[in-house]
Design a protein around this ligand. Structure first.
Ligand code: KG4
Ligand code: ZN
Length: 353
């Protein structure tokens, strides 16, 4: 049996400096140096601040990740790095580091699309304590739903490495919508996880939200209407001195309900037209239990297996998912570019060349 290659992967696409060590689907380490506290004051990610923080964090994160994997650099067979999409100055740091390590360690560098990472994150497995580890072999075709702060997409996975984007948001991403409305409610940055927490004490039926794009025949999404509707409703509550603790909790629950209902409405439309064998959910918002519950319901109705990442670290930006995508590229002997330049707008269905 040929040895499964050990891959050291780097992701610096946005505001997390992440380094992971992967062996097949096994995550040996997945280290993240978060910049959330740095960007809080701006209410969003500030690219030049992100670049500087990546520069400071990258070497210690590599050291920590190797240590956690209990490996030395000599045991690494390949390097992998996010080439895009993402913030150009942030991507640059990871790519430069991967290329210089590749040269020093004389290892090949595999460039990876960040969205492909989010798609495949559901296949990652913890390093097994037990010996009976079996590789997950998904049934294809699969519909992958990626819901994050920068993307909300429905992607058909015909085979691993071959993707067709069937639907996408035409404006804000779902996570961005939760973050922006959460900010109006004074919930800080990023607001998504706070919205989920507060929503637990609220009534999802207390505020009505519009269901967007019901008359279009495509599978695209739009969250700007929900955002505008929220702004008007919050203004009204503030004017009437009604934005108390319970009203905020009710608003969070209703907002979540409105955002996720839009996703599942379009998802069902798609699944009716496009039969698949499995449903996958990835991206930062995939950590949200209400979203998982909503997708589980859809999966049950269409008799599909639903796969989600095994922990929340694998939902948000992380390098383990990048290493996993690289693993499949090595396995399939995919032709890869030698010139790895940043691709900040790289769409999932555009190839390397
Ligand atoms: O995948 P990710 O880390 O970065 C991007 O590639 O965008 O996703 C970050 C997004 C943010 O909008 C954040 O608010 C949202 O994921 N998020 C959540 C939760 N955890 C993270 N949204 C709702 N509920 C959560 N539990
Ligand atoms: Zn991401």
């Amino acid at each position: 049996m040929t040895k499964i290659p050990t891959i050291l992967a780097i992701d610096t696409s946005c505001d997390e400096t992440s380094v992971a060590v992967i062996q097949g689907q096994k995550v040996l380490s997945n280290t993240i140096a978060s910049q959330v506290n740095l960007h809080k004051q701006y209410g969003g990610v500030f690219p030049t601040v992100a670049k500087q923080a990546h520069q400071e964090n990258i070497d210690p994160t590599i050291t920590a990740s190797l240590r956690q994997a209990k490996l030395t650099k000599k045991e690494i067979d390949y390097l992998a790095v996010t080439q895009g999409p993402g913030l150009a100055p942030a991507l640059e740091i990871g790519i430069q580091k991967a290329l210089s390590l590749g040269k020093n360690w004389q290892k090949k560098v595999i460039p990876v699309n960040h969205i492909e990472g989010h798609i495949l994150s559901v296949l990652a497995q913890p390093n097994p304590i037990k010996k009976n580890f079996t590789t997950i072999k998904p049934k294809l075709p699969v519909l992958a739903v990626v819901v994050s702060g920068g993307h909300t997409e429905f992607i058909l996975v015909e085979k691993i490495g071959t993707y067709k984007k069937l639907g996408t948001t035409i404006d804000d991403a779902a996570g961005e919508c939760l973050d922006k409305v959460g900010r109006l409610l004074g919930l800080g940055y990023p607001a998504g996880p706070v919205v989920e927490k507060l929503a637990k004490k609220g009534d999802p039926k207390s505020f009505a939200f519009p269901l967007p794009m019901t008359t279009t025949h495509d599978y695209n999404l739009s969250f700007s209407g929900i955002k505008t509707h929220s702004r008007n409703a919050i203004d009204k509550l503030e004017k009437n001195n009604q934005l108390d603790k319970q009203a905020i909790a009710d608003f969070c629950a209703s907002l979540q309900f409105g955002v996720f209902r839009h996703i599942t409405y379009k998802l069902e439309k798609l699944l009716t037209d496009q039969p698949v064998k499995e449903l996958w959910l990835g991206g930062g918002v995939a950590a949200n239990l209400e979203l998982r519950k909503a997708l589980r319901k859809v999966a049950k109705k269409y008799q599909l297996k639903l796969r989600t990442p095994y922990n929340n670290k694998l939902c948000g930006d992380n390098a383990a998912m990048i290493g996993l995508a690289a693993h499949y590229k090595i396995n399939q002997n995919q032709e890869l570019p030698t010139n790895i330049d940043r691709r900040p707008q790289w769409q999932i269905d555009k190839t390397y060349f």
